[in-house]
Each structure stands twice: as structure tokens, then as C-alpha cells.
Design a binder for this molecule. Structure first.
Ligand code: ZN
Length: 588
């Protein structure tokens, strides 16, 4: 780990940044006894198995096995390195990691990511000044005025303007000593085809900065002011910008999503801003891509239901077809809001107002229902029409993994169009066979492909060591770790003995010292699994443990003594002999 954050600062961050606070700003959590639970942001689930422990300051998911401390959570959720996660938290909690302490070498190590974010901030400032103060921005200012976007909205969304020339931003970067290769990496400038120099990617466009969950600018969107093509232009993917994870406006709308338990998903930047202007702040926009599974997982952290807003039947049907399976898998309700032909949310709101919009939204149909209706609309309900409807609906119904939900929808479709349920079932069985051949992972392999199944007994011993450090001396004297068969568990055990209590005192601290992700996941699980460890229960576990080991390997103790002798480890031999004596004494 490239480190320039001093240990005492890390401790301060750890003590200040409460894990419940940090996680709950991204995942809906509910109090459950001493802990909090919610739907895991890292795998598909409908019942919460993602657990956060405020007392231990760790999280663990019983579904996919992931876990760690507050740093690990941010690293996974926002795709950050360890120092980045630490910096991010420090910034959020007002802990200053003073830059003057950084040496030249350390500054160089300052991650590429941090540099890119800095460049993005500078670019956003430049675009903003161009919009608000520059004479060239006059045209853009008028354009926004005509679209009834006032100064308050300009500020709230940090809108900007990219001037028409080819090198306005490049010249600004030169003046501010921003390296052009980094600006290229940030996606803001593009190398000339001639191989000679660069030019600005965004020209003569209104600029919409795109922020991540913690409000940092990770990319930009630009919209033309005239009929130029393309109408919208976005940053390419960069080390800080991942399209599959990013929704425009989520940072500005998450509180409103939580309040309303619902989120509107629109397509354009202006649609989103107009929704805000009309007081419908629980809105996000897709950035020219269709909704991904990752998007839905993120939205689940803020709302229970998604309303996908479309301006035409065809667009709605396409989106519903693509996302029915995802929403079903993720257990999030979704419905299609269909605006009258020719209207997008922007034009509709200005023409009819927020109340009419809410009325249309109130009559929104669920994804499957919407597709059934659209199919009926296209095909009619005569004989041929019904046949086509059944075959059109087979595919979306196949996507519903939950068999109970699937059979409800099948019955519903059969009733709607007046055909026999078995007819629909047969068609779906056909379609399922086709798609089964294509997908499905082998049973027994975890979703992420990890196949390490730790020894249950040995893992329990580690859980005890993590939760009841008073037992460490006994673990040492009885050489418990020596009889571990799982080398990776043994390594964790040794690390616990070495680092408690001088280097680490809590499980959350211990996690920072584990580089291996499998190890960290396991430790989180072991820490969160609650067992009332006390002297009595510890001794009981140890004696069960030894019994199991002896049973499995014949006279295991003797074997271990022999092995220790061969290795020439006299200390261990003495320990084991003592153990043997204790065992004999215990039997009489
Ligand atoms: Zn999970």
C-alpha cells in the first residue's frame, strides 16, 4: 500500500467515521437488535443479509460472504484504493491530512485517481466561469434562460459552458500547469489524428458535471446549443468514471428518494433538471446507456420502487424488455410511466405542470403488465394476435427467476388474453430451455467464483480468538494452531496472535492488516457471528476441536510431536508433550 497517511490520522479517521453513518448514506439500513441490516449492494438479494455492526465497526454479508471495515466498504462500493478511501473519509469528516507533510516522493505517489479528480474540479471551474462571466457565454446564458433554467438551478447542478474554439480548455490547463497527458486520461482533451497536439473534447456545449456518491466530479456531459450532432456527448470511461455504476443526479436526489421511497428514472440532463425545478427531486438520469444491474443495486439503496419515464410506447417496451429480469432479480419494484406521444418530462412539465405528471405516474403499470398491454395493443386479441402475444411474452416471463412470481404473471397473462394457462406454460418452458443452455453457472460455485470453503471447526477457533482475546495465551500454550489443516486459516490465526494486543485492538483494525480479500471476508464473518464467548465456552470449543482432530487423524497428537521433532522445533515439542500430559490427566 502506498502510504502517506500517518497511522495516527488513520486511527482518527477510523474513530470518527462511523460505519453505520457511511454505509447508510448508500444502503437502506434497518435496526435489527444490536446490528443493522439491509439489502446487499454487492450481490442480488431480496431479503436483507447484509449486516453492519456499530459496536464492532464492521460489515458482513451472509449472502455473498463479503465483509470488512469502513475503509473496505468504500473501497468496494466506490472502487477506491485504500489511501483513496481514507482520504475520502477524511475529507467528509473534516479531518485534515496535511499535504505539507508529504515529501516529494509521496506527492508523486498521490494516486492517479486523485489527480484526475483534481483536473475535473479545475475543468468544472473553468466551464462555470465561461458560462457565468465570459462574453462568449452570453449565447449559452440566453439558451438556458429560454429553457427557463434559473441561476439557482445553474448553481445546484454546477452547470457550465464549453466555448466553441478548439483549445479554450487546453489553454486554461497550460496556464494552470495541468499536464496534457493527464487531461487526456481524464477524457477532457483528445489527441489530434495527425499525432500533433490535442484539442478540447467539449466544444460549444452546455456542460453538466457528473458526480459520484460522495459528490466528487468524475465525468462531464455536454449538450449542443443548436442542431449540431451528436446532441449529447459524454466523457469516455476513465479510471474515475464507470458508466455501469453512475447515474446522473443521484447525489443531488438521494435524500428525496429516501423520503418518497421512490425514484424517477429519466433519460436526459434537462429532463432531470426540470424535474427538480418542478419539485420532483427524487429523479436520476441514465447517461445514454440502459439501466444496468449495478445501477439498480445502487438505486435500491435509496428507494423501494423505480418509475422509468418514457416518451413513447416503443422506448418503454425496449427498456422494460431489457430490465424486467434485473428488477425482478434485485427485488425492486419498477413501473413504466408513459408520457403522451411527443412529450419528454421537460416539455410535459412546462406544458401541464407537476400535478399532471404525478397523475400520469400514479397510473404507471408494472414492467410485466406494461409489456402485456403493449403487446395486446400491437397484436390485437384475435386468434393470431393471441398467438403472437404468448410468444412475445415468453421471453420476458422467462427472465423472472422467482418461480412463485413467474406463475402469478403466467396466470395473469392467461386471464388477460383469455387463453389456457398450460398453453402459456408450454411456450415458456420452450423459451426457458433455450436460455438455460446459454447461461447458468455450475452449482456450488459462489457468484464471484471463490471456492475456498474454510474448515468449520478451525474457523470457529479463529472467531473465538477474534472475539475473546483472553484465550490467546491458552492457544499458544496448547499449540492449537499447529493442528490446523487449512493453511490460510492458520496464517490468520498466527497473525492474530502476533498483532493482538500491541498492534491492533479491535476486529476493524485487524482488517486493515489483511491484504488478502478472502481472508478479510472470512474475518468479517467470524467477527459478526455472535457467540457469547467466555472461559467456559472457549474451553468447550477447544476440547471439541481436539477431539475432532484426534478422531480424524488417529493419534494426532503423537503425529504432531513426531513432526515437531523432525523439524527440530524443541519449543513446540515441549508444548505438545505438555498438552499430551494434560490430556492424560484429563482422562483420569
Ligand atoms: Zn452480499
Amino acid at each position: 500500500m502506498a502510504f502517506f497517511i500517518p497511522e495516527d490520522k488513520l486511527a482518527e479517521i477510523r474513530n470518527t467515521a462511523d460505519i453505520v453513518d457511511v454505509v447508510s448514506s448508500r444502503v437502506l439500513l434497518k435496526k435489527a437488535g444490536k446490528d443493522y441490516t439491509g439489502l446487499c449492494p454487492f450481490h442480488s438479494e431480496k431479503t436483507p443479509s447484509f449486516t453492519v455492526s456499530p459496536s464492532k465497526q464492521i460489515f458482513h454479508c451472509f449472502g455473498c460472504g463479503t465483509g470488512g471495515n469502513v475503509f473496505n466498504f468504500l473501497m468496494m462500493y466506490d472502487n477506491l484504493s485504500f489511501p483513496e478511501a481514507a482520504e475520502n473519509l477524511a475529507r467528509q469528516y473534516g479531518i485534515s491530512i496535511s499535504a505539507r507533510k508529504m515529501s516529494g516522493a509521496e506527492k508523486q505517489r498521490m494516486s492517479e485517481r486523485e489527480q484526475l479528480l483534481q483536473i475535473n474540479r479545475k475543468a468544472a471551474d473553468f466551464f462555470r466561469k465561461m458560462l457565468l462571466k465570459n462574453p462568449e457565454g452570453e449565447y449559452a446564458r440566453n439558451y438556458l434562460k429560454n429553457r427557463k433554467i434559473n441561476r439557482d438551478l445553474v448553481d445546484r447542478f454546477s452547470l457550465g459552458f464549453a466555448p466553441a474554439g478548439w483549445n479554450g480548455l487546453i489553454r486554461f490547463f497550460n496556464r494552470n500547469r495541468v499536464a496534457v497527458d493527464m487531461a487526456e486520461k481524464a477524457g477532457l482533451v483528445v489527441p489530434r489524428k495527425s499525432g500533433n497536439g490535442h484539442y478540447d473534447r467539449f466544444r460549444n456545449r452546455i456542460i453538466f458535471p457528473i458526480a459520484d456518491a460522495s459528490g466528487q466530479i468524475i465525468a462531464f456531459g455536454g449538450r449542443v446549443l443548436d442542431d449540431e450532432k451528436p446532441k449529447y456527448l459524454n466523457s469516455p470511461e476513465t479510471p474515475v468514471y464507470n458508466k455501469r455504476l453512475t447515474l446522473y443526479g443521484l447525489n443531488a436526489s438521494r435524500e428525496a428518494c429516501r423520503t418518497h421511497h421512490a425514484v424517477f428514472v429519466v433519460e436526459g440532463y434537462f429532463d432531470l433538471i426540470t424535474m427538480h425545478q418542478f419539485g420532483i427531486a427524487n429523479t436520476v438520469a441514465t447517461l445514454g446507456t440502459s439501466l444496468t444491474r449495478e445501477h439498480v443495486r445502487r438505486l435500491k439503496g435509496y428507494a423501494k420502487k423505480a418509475f422509468l419515464v418514457f416518451d413513447s410506447d416503443a422506448a418503454g417496451v425496449r427498456a422494460a424488455q431489457r430490465t424486467t429480469g434485473i428488477f425482478m432479480d434485485e427485488g425492486m419494484d419498477a413501473a413504466v410511466v408513459l408520457l403522451p406521444e411527443g412529450h419528454d418530462p421537460d416539455s410535459f412539465l412546462f406544458a401541464r405542470g407537476a400535478e399532471s405528471f404525478q397523475q400520469v405516474a400514479a397510473s404507471a403499470k408494472g414492467l410485466v403488465d406494461f409489456q402485456i398491454d403493449a403487446s395486446i395493443g400491437r397484436n390485437g386479441l384475435n386468434l393470431e394476435g393471441k398467438v403472437r402475444i404468448v410468444s412475445e411474452m415468453a421471453e420476458p416471463l422467462t427472465q423472472i427467476a422467482d418461480s412463485a412470481a413467474r406463475s402469478i404473471y403466467i396466470r395473469h397473462l392467461a386471464e388477460r388474453i383469455g387463453v389456457d394457462e398450460t398453453t402459456v406454460l408450454e411456450k415458456i418452458a420452450e423459451s426457458r430451455e433455450k436460455s438455460n443452455a446459454a447461461s447458468d453457472r455450475p452449482p456450488g460455485v459462489a457468484p464471484d467464483g471463490h471456492a475456498w470453503i474454510p474448515d468449520r471447526f478451525e474457523a470457529r477457533v479463529l472467531a473465538m480468538m477474534l472475539q475473546y482475546p483472553e484465550i490467546h495465551d491458552e492457544i499458544r500454550t496448547r499449540a492449537v494452531l499447529e493442528c490446523f489443516g487449512d493453511e490460510r486459516l492458520k496464517a490468520i490465526g498466527e497473525q492474530i496472535l502476533n498483532e493482538y494486543p500491541h498492534k491492533v485492538k479491535t476486529p476493524a483494525e485487524f482488517m486493515n492488516r489483511l491484504d488478502d480479500e478472502d481472508q478479510r471476508r472470512l474475518v468479517a464473518k467470524l467477527c459478526i457471528d455472535e457467540a457469547p464467548w467466555g472461559e467456559q465456552s472457549c474451553r468447550m470449543l477447544l476440547s471439541q476441536f481436539f477431539k475432532a482432530k484426534e478422531g480424524k487423524r488417529g493419534n494426532g497428537l503423537l503425529e504432531r510431536i513426531r513432526a515437531a521433532e523432525q523439524k527440530g522445533d524443541q519449543d513446540l515439542v515441549m508444548k505438545l508433550l505438555k498438552e499430551k500430559q494434560n490430556q492424560m490427566a484429563g482422562r483420569h
